[in-house]
Design a protein around this ligand. Sequence first.
Ligand code: ADP
Length: 152
Amino acid sequence: MKRIAVFPGSFDPFTVGHESIARRALPLFDELVIAVGINSHKSNMFSVEQRVNWIKKVFAKEKRVKVDSFTGLTVDFCKKNKATFILRGLRTSADFEFEKAIGQMNTVISKDIETVFILPLPEHSAINSTIIRDIIRNNGDASPFVPKAVKF
Ligand code: ADP
């Protein structure tokens, strides 16, 4: 059976921290689906199409990475893609508490899906899409925090 993981997130925008988590997780899986979650309660800076296109460019040479978007529950998107793993990054204790609740509840509603966490590299642990959006809004230079393919 193929080991397929879904890496869900807002990716608004996709950062070097996200890229690093995805690349470092790749040896664990046969296929990784990076999935932009469409959440009507969140107001996003960049369109879903823009975010998907950026991620596709970043992984253009990596055949085992697919990029998609989804609405609804992550576990349902996993089932649709025959994925049995959810990949997430863990930066802070706040991330941990949030991820623990979601991960444990996901295990109850979908016993076949395990959440796998990867720690960021030390140089990426402060990188945060919310702060990047603030830098962009205020005409600052966000380029050190995003892959080269992500151009504003
Ligand atoms: P969400 O809204 O689902 O939290 P994000 O785009 O903010 O979406 O993050 C997606 C995933 O990437 C989360 O698991 C988050 O913890 C992780 N992540 C975000 N930024 C970084 C980073 N700088 N280093 C490592 N992981 C990160």
